[in-house]
Design a protein around this ligand. Structure first.
Ligand code: ATP
Length: 220
């Protein structure tokens, strides 16, 4: 059976989630307290409903318990976001993702049992900063406070060298988990795989090790 999603709060963040889920052909209910926002998503979501989600009876009447995943994208009104999340938990929603606006908000959400907390502005800020400060980093995904997956473009310093020659695991403590070559992705490349011009390396490891790898091997 197709998974059913509900998105609460149709600002820029919630709205884009709603659009992306619909584009994937998934069932999504869009909910907002503001009728204009709801009207804007009437043709995008499977259902679009006006409602105040801090009111338990509203959520109950929408049968919110039956949704596989509910995304709370109320940002600015922290109180409404927290209250909505508490009610969703109490009603037994299985999977709840909530957008946090600041660290305090995030802490409270984690205490009340939100399954996933996202902090889009902060995370995107970090990603962009990484790309700006490094010539080689194309993209970056934070796994924890200290670990990341990074896409790094291979420069001429390592072209023609195999992974075993570069000895990245022993020397830098990082792993090359995939290589993007033209339109292909080589997953778990063999040790004798030679790095080619225009290759993009997908590297996983501790941030400090990735930095060392990048500076020593790829630095100017
Ligand atoms: P974004 O940064 O994602 O664009 P925003 O600043 O436009 O967000 P927010 O104030 O974060 O908007 O709220 C997102 C949406 O949540 C708004 O459309 C708002 O009407 C809706 N919203 C706020 N409170 C409630 C509530 N109690 N019930 C349902 N929807 C709500």
């Amino acid at each position: 059976m197709k998974k059913e999603f509900a998105v609460i709060g149709l600002g820029r963040f919630g709205g884009s989630i709603c659009q992306a889920l619909s584009d994937e052909g998934l069932e999504v209910m869009a909910i907002d307290i503001d009728e204009d926002k709801v009207n804007a998503y009437a043709n995008i979501a499977s259902h679009a409903v006006v409602g105040d989600t801090t009111d338990e009876t509203v959520l109950k009447s929408l049968g919110i318990r039956n949704f596989d995943h509910v995304i709370v994208a109320i940002g600015d009104n922290i109180q409404a976001s927290i209250l909505t999340t508490i009610i969703l938990k109490e009603l037994g929603v299985k999977d709840i993702t909530v957008k946090a606006t600041n660290d305090y908000h995030e802490k409270v959400l984690s205490k009340i049992g939100a399954d996933r907390i996202v902090h889009p502005e902060r995370d995107m800020g970090k990603r962009i900063a990484h790309k700006i400060v490094s010539n080689n980093v194309l993209d970056y995904l934070e796994l924890s406070d200290e670990h990341s997956i990074v896409e790094i473009s291979a420069n001429e310093k390592i072209h023609g060298h195999s992974i075993i020659e570069l000895d990245v695991r022993a020397r830098y403590g990082v792993n090359i988990v995939a290589i993007k070559r033209n339109k292909e992705i080589i997953v778990s490349p063999q040790a004798n795989e030679k790095i080619q011009k225009h290759d993009v390396l997908i590297v996983i490891g501790a941030d400090s090790d990735i930095n060392r790898f990048e500076k020593r091997l790829l630095g100017d």
